[in-house]
Ligand binder design. Sequence first.
Ligand SMILES: NC(=O)c1ccc[n+]([C@@H]2O[C@H](COP(=O)([O-])OP(=O)(O)OC[C@H]3O[C@@H](n4cnc5c(N)ncnc54)[C@H](O)[C@@H]3O)[C@@H](O)[C@H]2O)c1
Length: 263
Amino acid sequence: MNLTDRVVVVTGGAGGIGSALARRFAAEGAAAVVVADLDGDAARAVAGTVGPVAHPVRVDVTDEEQVSALVADTERRYGRIDLFCANAGVATGGGVDAPDTDWDRAWRVNVLSHVYTARAVLPAMLARGGGHLLMTCSAAGVLTAVGDAPYTATKHAAVGFAEWLAITYRDRGIRVSALCPQGVDTAMLSEGLTAGHLGAKVIAASGAVLTPDQVADSVVAGLVEERFLILPHPEVAAYALRRAEDPDGWQAGLRKLVRRLTA
Ligand SMILES: NC(=O)c1ccc[n+]([C@@H]2O[C@H](COP(=O)([O-])OP(=O)(O)OC[C@H]3O[C@@H](n4cnc5c(N)ncnc54)[C@H](O)[C@@H]3O)[C@@H](O)[C@H]2O)c1
């Protein structure tokens, strides 16, 4: 997919990665970029920086009615959705003792919202015989977010769901991509570091922390190549291979890193 004249929706569009995607899609010539976020004021502010093709919408992606309305309103306004980026996500910094409210929020934002998205966008995309879904998952979905159990479990589920969609719908014209970055310099990471969360410390110690614009570069390249797995940190593929070949060795390496960071 190239972005020229495309109608795009980005959830979590007011955040670090989402706003970079929105700006980049507009720069690539998108016809419309819907900047959708729980924080309506921030979505409006980001839309202002994206330019005249941007349209801000306040949406809670954990509410199926709101996701359906976002899709229906966009289709009514612009005639179609070519690319839907389910990018909103939350970290918790918690372990097994994280309260059920944190587990529930992670499940609803990181996974169930992707199901609501697929239900809402697929009918029109299938009728037109084309469309692209980009799910922002995480390297935590193919590896592990040490220090954040709800994030790890739900991001694994998000990758699994994206792969299921890709296999099920590819032959009917639907493309699916799973975006799996490691560390990215956004509020999610900086707030985790400020709060002293182990997960954020591990990310910061595990390799390059990319800018959201660098992630947007990888996304545009991945969309053009219609790749399923988009890895802004290419080393994640090697880590995933190592983890699959030698899970015990992989875990021992991470335990060593945790011991070093918590000594
Ligand atoms: N920052 C990283 O290191 C990193 C690494 C891998 C993956 N990710 C993923 O990238 C995505 C974007 O995160 P980010 O780093 O830009 O963080 P961010 O906190 O800057 O942005 C997240 C955005 O999602 C919005 N949001 C949260 N709950 C929502 C809801 N219920 N409905 C609608 N919007 C909601 C927030 O208001 C915020 O604007 C997330 O899915 C995150 O898990 C981030």
